[in-house]
Design a binder for this molecule. Structure first.
Ligand code: ADP
Ligand code: DP6
Length: 391
């Protein structure tokens, strides 16, 4: 009788938000970037993808992926590249040990859940592909390191390679044509600088206009400023940022974070036709952070924006009231403050118009902190009979 056994493994994986941004591909097929980047991994207590990977001869002929209960297309080149590379690694394990079951030949069934909005500028693709790759690597019992796996996750979505680690993570752009040296490495674990906090102002939970994938390709093709960013600005920011993280120097961390976000969005504006990710609410968040810093007499908060209007504001725990306390006085009625007792601060010295725009435009906040990388879990999204578990 054929082996109908169901093999499975599960993981959770985090979101990461870059403080030196990836923007531009030198090889769209292999997803190789035009510059290195650095990110902070955010805590899975707040934002998390949970993925179970299973395989069995009873699963029919095709690989499938169910995301938040809805079937996804897995025939795209990115997902296919991840499946192919992971299967190749499993297959070489099987070739070297004939007692291993031939999992590489079986169809995959992936079930995944994001506990936050998908495709809304909250980096679901990063957590999603990191979880997919980590879950299959667990299922295949691959001895691969997070850096090895980052090379695979990168092909799913560039930023995903950084979600295979916790803490502070760099994606080294590499120089080889085959992409073998374009990988993520740990700059410092979360425990090195555990007091880093992030307040996300969710401006729009809607799907975004220009996807990062297509946006960055148009930038590479049309922006002259982009070349200067990739060749001059980012290398400087990378060096300053890695040093700031190692020394836990928040002021430099914050300055580089804000300047790199501004540089990235300038390049978007210099794209032809221009790409606008920031809106009035985003600009008001910038204004409020500037006023918070002025009020404090030093840099205690740093804003950054990805390919969308949501603001991510980094600060240290010791300044929670000076930063989150001020924003709470404007946004205290929104979802997301629960579970943290933050004393509301006065908004004296903070631009009243900007505060009003935030009140009208922010739909919820997420208060989180630096966190760990993927965590293996026994909690499965697939029942023993192979069927996805209903939530
Ligand atoms: P975001 O801003 O949330 O990263 P993108 O549009 O860049 O939005 O990416 C969203 C895409 O990422 C989804 O359409 C899906 O293809 C992929 N994705 C998101 N979450 C997962 C997941 N948990 N597992 C697999 N793929 C995922
Ligand atoms: C602005 O990783 O989503 O968030 O590789 O095409 O999937 P693809 O792009 P993606 O781009 C992220 C862009 C960014 C900056 C960053 O995360 O570094």
């Amino acid at each position: 009788m054929a082996d109908k056994k169901i093999y499975q493994a599960s993981t959770t994986a985090p979101v990461n938000i870059a403080v030196v941004k990836y923007w531009g591909k030198r090889d769209p097929k292999l997803n190789l970037p035009t510059n290195s980047s650095v990110s902070v991994t955010l805590s899975q207590a707040d934002l998390r993808t949970h993925t179970t990977a299973a395989c069995s001869s009873s699963f029919g002929n095709e690989d499938t992926l169910l995301l938040n209960s809805s079937p996804q297309d897995v025939t795209g080149a990115r997902t296919q590249a991840c499946f192919r590379e992971l299967r190749a690694l499993r297959s070489s394990l099987e070739a070297s040990d004939s007692s291993l079951p031939k999992l590489s030949t079986l169809p995959l069934r992936i079930v995944s859940e994001n506990n936050f909005p998908t495709a809304a500028g909250l980096a679901s693709s990063a957590a999603g592909f990191a979880a997919l790759v980590r879950a299959i690597a667990n299922l295949y019992e691959l001895p691969s390191s997070p850096t090895d796996l980052s090379r695979i996750a990168r092909q799913g979505s560039g930023s995903a390679c950084r979600s295979l680690f916790g803490g502070y993570v760099a994606w080294q752009m590499g120089s080889k044509a085959d992409g073998s040296d374009s990988v993520a490495v740990e700059v410092a674990p979360a425990s090195h600088w555990p007091t880093m906090r992030a307040l996300i102002l969710v401006v729009s939970a809607e799907k975004k206009g220009v996807s990062s994938t297509s946006g960055m390709q148009i930038t590479v093709a049309t922006s002259k400023l982009f070349k200067h960013r990739a060749e001059v600005v980012v290398p400087q920011h990378m060096e300053m940022m890695e040093k700031a993280i190692k020394e836990k120097d928040f002021e430099t961390f914050a300055k580089v974070t804000m300047m790199d976000s501004n540089s990235f969005h300038s390049v978007c504006l210099d794209t032809f036709p221009p790409i606008f990710y920031l809106n009035d609410v985003s600009r008001s968040a910038i204004r409020v952070v500037e006023d918070i810093n002025k009020k404090a007499g030093k840099i205690v908060a740093a804003y950054t924006f990805d390919a969308g209007p949501n603001a991510v504001i980094y600060f240290e725990e010791e300044n929670v009231e000076q930063v989150a306390g001020v924003l709470k006085s404007a946004l205290g009625s929104l979802d997301g403050w629960q579970g943290r007792d933050i004393k509301v601060q006065d908004t004296e010295g903070v631009d009243a118009k900007a505060v009003q725009v935030l009140k009208e435009g922010v739909s919820r906040v997420i208060l989180t902190s630096v966190g760990e990388g993927p965590i293996r879990t026994e909690e499965s999204l697939i029942a023993e009979n192979g069927e996805p578990l209903k939530k």
